[in-house]
Design a binder for this molecule. Structure first.
Ligand SMILES: *[C@@H]1O[C@H](CO)[C@@H](O)[C@H](O)[C@H]1NC(C)=O
Ligand SMILES: *[C@@H]1O[C@H](CO)[C@@H](O)[C@H](O)[C@H]1NC(C)=O
Ligand SMILES: *[C@@H]1O[C@H](CO)[C@@H](O)[C@H](O)[C@H]1NC(C)=O
Ligand SMILES: *[C@@H]1O[C@H](CO)[C@@H](O)[C@H](O)[C@H]1NC(C)=O
Ligand SMILES: *[C@@H]1O[C@H](CO)[C@@H](O)[C@H](O)[C@H]1NC(C)=O
Ligand SMILES: *[C@@H]1O[C@H](CO)[C@@H](O)[C@H](O)[C@H]1NC(C)=O
Length: 387
């Protein structure tokens, strides 16, 4: 753990913050955060009846002459992460400075003016659901990279699941306490319902004018929407796609597809039989038994791809944050894998965007047909079907 203690010292001494790389795609990206409240649905986990309130980050492809560095998360949220990760992973290192000091390069937006112009690709919408207990803000660099390929990416905080959610307009926070986090229900349906609510709001001009003032009061078309996520979020993407006609396909980054623990409610089988395309990306040498159980319910194009030299926690911004901060020591290999962070971003972006492109065009091709085998030797297609 010696290299990990050194890390803390170096980070607290760099007060100016550090900049993440520009997203690699053909577009620059805007970032807008805000909340949407579902007054038709009480939060199933709140102690007293409370409408379910989602915090969102919206990444949109655009072009700009210069970018501005923005913090990847509010200070209060960043300060919460160090102790949370220490407890979760039993590490002495406090990673809060890594989150406090990271800056993402984005195009500037002016709140009350529709100043940015967006390409038609911005109408291809990907919803992103995070890993269990992890805020959406752990996936900013990955979401920005995917958006830069020509997608609007919306990351979602699920209340009483993300360890802390800050609602900036009211300064209200939801802390999901340890006793909740240590006994998850693994019920993916509230997450799927969040996605369906969000899609309804995307089609609502008034709601979009509030959420994205720089875009102008227009609804989004919702004919090209798909969903992805990490861990429980990846599983939720499949569950949501199997239940909402508007979600046309899914990508699951290393997520176990849990069933519901509550019998008698009619949804013990979380994934309904469907013909929509589903991609599973797995950490090295692991075949999740729940994927084998789900496989037969998927009647559309489907594939399982292994990514060498990765772990479950490779699938987040943490490797790229450590690299950008100049702090990626060998001590992290066991937790985060040894695949180079820039490769992690490039690979996850390429496999996700090529799959989603296929979802919307109705043809899965490219990487999944074995074309360009030299491009990602780290990825192994283990099994595929229906294309
Ligand atoms: C993105 O923004 C940078 C300025 O930071 C600019 O140099 C670059 O050309 C832009 N890239 C694209 C694809 O628009
Ligand atoms: C946490 O780590 C310490 C030292 O590395 C070890 O002694 C302890 O047993 C660990 N605790 C748990 C719960 O794994
Ligand atoms: C929220 O809290 C921050 C820091 O404590 C403060 O600067 C800000 O003005 C507050 N915002 C609102 C809307 O109360
Ligand atoms: C955690 O939150 C739940 C639900 O709000 C509450 O019942 C419980 O008392 C809390 N536990 C602690 C240790 O704060
Ligand atoms: C559209 O959004 C506005 C603002 O959130 C809300 O008041 C209105 O009820 C919504 N309309 C529909 C049809 O849901
Ligand atoms: C990467 O994984 C392969 C097995 O898939 C292994 O042979 C190799 O040693 C690993 N490389 C590193 C740097 O961990």
């Amino acid at each position: 753990m010696q290299s990990l203690s050194l890390l803390l010292f170096l980070l607290v001494s760099t007060t100016a913050g550090y900049l993440l790389p520009n997203p690699p795609g053909k577009y620059n990206v805007t970032l807008t955060t805000g909340s949407l409240i579902d007054y038709s649905r009480d939060d199933p986990y709140a102690a007293s009846p409370t409408p379910r309130a989602l915090m969102l980050s919206v990444f949109q492809p655009t072009t700009c002459d210069s970018t501005v560095p923005v913090p990847i998360m509010p200070d209060e949220v960043a300060k919460y992460q160090g102790p949370f990760l220490q407890q979760t992973f039993n590490i002495s290192l406090d990673l809060s400075p890594l989150f406090l000091e990271a800056r993402l390069p984005v195009c500037p937006t002016r709140p009350n003016k529709p100043t940015c112009s967006f390409p038609s690709d911005a109408n291809r919408i990907l919803l992103f659901s995070p890993g269990y207990s992890i805020p959406r803000l752990y996936y900013n660099a990955l979401a920005s990279s995917i958006a830069s390929q020509g997608f609007t990416v919306i990351t979602i905080d699920h209340p009483f699941d993300a360890n802390i959610i800050l609602y900036p307009t009211t300064n209200h926070t939801i802390h999901t306490n340890t006793s909740i986090i240590s006994s998850p229900t693994w019920d993916l349906h509230p997450r799927a319902a969040d996605a369906s609510f969000l899609l309804t709001q995307l089609a609502n001009a008034t709601a979009m004018a509030h959420l994205l003032p720089h875009r102008g009061p227009r609804p989004f078309p919702t004919d090209r929407v798909a969903m992805l996520g990490h861990s429980a979020g990846g599983a939720a993407a499949i569950v949501a796609a199997s239940r909402d006609l508007r979600i046309r396909g899914a990508v699951n980054w290393d997520g176990t597809v849990f069933g519901s623990p509550a019998p008698g409610l009619g949804w013990e089988e979380p994934v309904a039989v469907m013909k929509k395309p589903v991609l599973f990306l797995s950490h090295q040498d692991f075949l999740d038994p729940s994927w084998e159980a789900t496989w037969g319910r998927l009647r559309g194009p489907k594939a399982v791809v292994w990514v060498r030299n990765t772990t479950h926690y490779t699938f987040s911004d943490v490797p790229v944050l450590l690299e950008a901060a100049g702090q990626l020591g060998e001590g992290f290999g066991e937790l985060l894998g040894t695949l180079e962070p820039a490769r992690v971003v490039a690979l996850l972006t390429a496999y996700t965007t090529e799959w989603m492109d296929g979802v919307f065009r109705g043809v899965v091709g490219g990487l999944f047909k074995g074309e360009e085998p030299e491009r990602f030797p780290e990825a192994v297609t283990l099994v595929k079907g229906n294309f």
